[in-house]
Design a binder for this molecule. Structure first.
Ligand code: FEO
Length: 399
């Protein structure tokens, strides 16, 4: 059975949601599922914008067939070649053999690399190229590294619709609602949108800034991303989030305490610090057990908060492995401009603090506060003054 939504008079959402997949890209947990968005324009020519993941191909094909009716498919614009969107290209060609694929040169190369049989079907476009499908005139805009090098976005100047590829997307299935004004995005979606952006595109902040710059010069009324809701109002809210995330600017003044603990002693020290911070008036504090929290959530929260405390046990004379994994992921994603406080613990040779400091020193614009603490097995009354000084230095650095 088809399941489509109308976006404008002649544009339809023909995607679907996967609520069964456990791990996006086989890495990131998606307990709320994920949508793969595809859009079909019915003009003098018919145009499909991107395809979907293999998992929802059957639904996708039924959707297209329903919207097309007796028409054939003339064009397929491929903005992004990652298989969560490009998997069904050959299925479309099989059903509509005369379809022309519009994409960048690099996307065409990737199609060959993935083994697609597309010869003779491709029209390669570059930055600024335009095309008319009848009433609708579109411009193709390069968007390299948002999130792969071949990526582009397509702007339909007729209705002010931006087909934004991975940009402005989110984890989360679409449960009937499609438009941002049909949901409470700030309450129910923002955490998944942040986790999607920071883990998938977070490394490429400067490239996202380039795309935002291009976007600011065009009149966008509707944003159609490849995942998550379609935006048709309050675009400033989303653009502001993307601006902050891609500049690595924190959203909130607050303290994220990430602790690596084996038997609860490092956790107790982290709790002590959290309590002191709150008692001193900094109530925006969150604590995460690095062993129990998937690193994608930690990365997302690290993009959100201004200050991070790493409290870590020493393990085999090194950084506790889950904490090391978190820090290395931060580094891989090019995270920067955060203020850190370090607490190390160890029973005979505590040195996780020194090692964490070295790693953070290799990242851009990370500030590490001088007040740090070295614990021997557990925090004691004698350590209270030092912990108080740490809390004071964090609050002071927020001014
Ligand atoms: Fe949703 Fe980069 O693919």
């Amino acid at each position: 059975m088809y399941c489509v939504r109308k976006i404008t008079e002649d544009l339809y959402w023909v995607g679907g949601s996967d609520r069964r997949l456990a791990l996006f890209e086989n890495i990131h947990p998606i307990p709320r599922g994920v949508s793969y968005n595809s859009y079909l324009l019915i003009d003098e020519k018919t145009v499909l914008f991107d395809t979907v993941d293999w998992s929802i191909c059957r639904q996708f094909l039924e959707n297209i067939q329903h919207v097309l009716g007796n028409k054939s498919l003339d064009y397929m614009v491929i903005n992004h070649m990652e298989p969560d969107h490009a998997a069904c290209i050959e299925e479309i060609i099989l059903r509509y053999p005369d379809v022309k694929i519009i994409c960048t040169q690099k996307a065409s190369l990737f199609m060959h690399q993935f083994g697609f049989h597309i010869d003779g079907n491709v029209i390669e476009v570059s930055e600024g190229d335009t095309m008319s499908f009848g009433k609708h005139n579109v411009t193709f805009v390069a968007a390299p590294m948002v999130h792969w090098p071949e990526a582009m976005v397509t702007y339909d100047a007729t209705d002010g619709v931006l087909f934004s590829a991975d940009a402005f997307g989110s984890f989360g299935s679409l449960d009937g609602q499609l438009f941002n004004d049909e949901m409470n995005f700030d309450r129910d979606w923002i955490d998944d949108a942040r986790r999607y952006y920071t883990n998938i595109v977070g490394k490429y902040g400067p490239h996202v800034q380039n795309l935002l710059k291009k976007a600011s010069s065009i009149d966008i009324k509707i944003i159609c991303p490849l995942h998550g809701p379609v935006w048709r109002n309050d675009l400033g809210y989303l653009l502001d989030k993307y601006d902050k995330w891609s500049r690595y600017a924190p959203e909130e003044n607050g303290v994220m305490i990430v602790y690596g603990t084996m038997y609860g002693n490092t956790e107790a020290a982290a709790s002590d610090l959290a309590t002191r911070l709150v008692e001193k008036g900094m109530t925006n504090v969150v604590m995460y057990d690095v062993s129990k929290t998937h690193v994608s959530y930690l990365i997302s929260e690290t993009f959100k908060y201004s200050h991070v405390v790493l409290a870590c046990v020493t393990y085999n004379l090194k950084i506790y492995p889950p904490m090391l994994n978190y820090i290395m992921d931060m580094k891989a994603l090019n995270l920067q401009k955060r203020t850190f406080t370090l607490i190390e613990n160890g029973s005979w040779a505590p040195q996780s603090g020194k090692l964490m400091r070295e790693l953070l020193g290799e990242m851009k614009e990370m500030t590490i506060l001088d007040n740090e603490m070295s614990l021997n097995s557990s925090m004691k009354e004698d350590d209270a003054d030092s912990m108080d000084a740490i809390a004071d230095s964090i609050i002071e650095s927020m001014k």
